[in-house]
Design a binder for this molecule. Sequence first.
Ligand code: NAD
Length: 471
Amino acid sequence: MRTLDKIYIDGQFVTPHGEELFDLFNPATEEQIGQVRLGDAEDARAAVAAAKRAFPAFSHTSKAERIAMLHRLHDAVAPHAEALAAAMVAEYGAPAYFVDFSARRSASVFLDMAKTLEDFDFSQTIGRAEVTLQPLGVVAAITPWNSNYGFICGKLAGAIAAGCTVVIKPSEMSATQTDVLMQALHEAGLPPGVFNIVNGRGDVVGAELSSHPDIAKVTFTGSTAVGRTILRAASETMKRVTLELGGKGPNIILEDADLEAAIPTAAMMGFGNSGQACVAGTRILAPKSRLPEILERLKTTVAAVKVGDTTDPSVMIGPMVSRKQWDRVQGYIRLGQEEGAQLLIGGEGRPDGLDRGWFVRPTVFIGVTNDMRIAREEIFGPVLSVIPFENEEEAIAIANDTIYGLQAYVASSDLAHARAVADRLESGRVVINGAPHEPLAPFGGFKQSGIGREYGRFGLEAYLEPRAVLA
Ligand code: NAD
């Protein structure tokens, strides 16, 4: 069993001042696999001080220098893809297809940002004014456990491109992955203090960063509840914030959809990353005219979904990250039944043949109305709700009747039809017919799914502040 006892401050691997040990588990076996020594507020302050010292020189680096640094970060992370993937499987239990995507993307996100930077103008003339975009200052980046190193790399790429220095507070539950990434990022040889990594609890290190006067911006991915806490703390010193929060994505199956393709896609979009995904399409909106066929296909598709230890590449759904998360998902499966919804497939308890590990039965509820809590709250597990609609107007109204607005889905055999529906959805992203990822497009939510956007030029602008000089 390993004890991870290093954080990264000012270009050095250091032992934290904090002494608390936090247990790390393999969620597929429930066995403890290690411990991490957590940093405390003093460690957070030391990291902020290092980032503050590094900022004046770093903010004056040229675009070409920063493009070169992004390439170095890519080259440093790419060879560690296998080690990152292995750590993610051991510590988080994510399925192979997700881990592969995640590990490759953690490196390629630096190249994507380098490309964005090449095409980006930091100055423009507006009337009499010369407007330049200035780096904001020291950025705090706080990440969740469901894609820890992917979000670290995405946030770091944007900050570096802009000329900001960074203090990263990874999820305390992802310390094995963070450890591999920390070594990799160090190999990029960036100037000391440009990025710093402090493991720690959210309410200790995260809270210190969200209120520290020398932090100019917080970029956070995590729950809406913690997002609110950060926003309140940040308001004291008017920090800029990018908040990537929860979701309750609608998946509208239009009447003209090709169900042969739409139903497996709906299962994939609902169960992706074991259902522990902010972008999951968890509300399947189905036309009443085709409901029997949709339910039949959904039941057959979900019955074939393999759940288990994700070292087996044919497994689509791995365990929940923790006992706490398993209990929470079980609670929602119970709640759905109490609210009057029926189980099409799945239910409480572990899947057959799995007597240990935090595995959940892939579950689909029918007879759901959009006012039930299972349709309104983010469950963060493989639990989907089918909500029938009479006509398209009603489908759009149900889709938009949520506090969230992160990612929505539309299935139709007519692209123009799907686009017309997409145009009416209150959602940061709309994916038509399971379209592939677009890494340069903005990502982020409407409404309580967050504030701001990441990736591409919208993501870069979020680390910059315009200054207008009039002459
Ligand atoms: P979480 O909000 O519990 O924790 C996220 C991070 O915030 C962790 O690093 C945690 O230590 C830290 N934190 C906790 N309390 C804090 C505080 N008071 N101040 C500052 N930091 C604090 O989220 P989680 O359980 O790790 O992740 C799951 C959530 O993340 C889900 O709600 C999911 O929808 C959301 N998420 C959103 C996106 C997106 O891009 N929109 C992506 C992935 C996950």
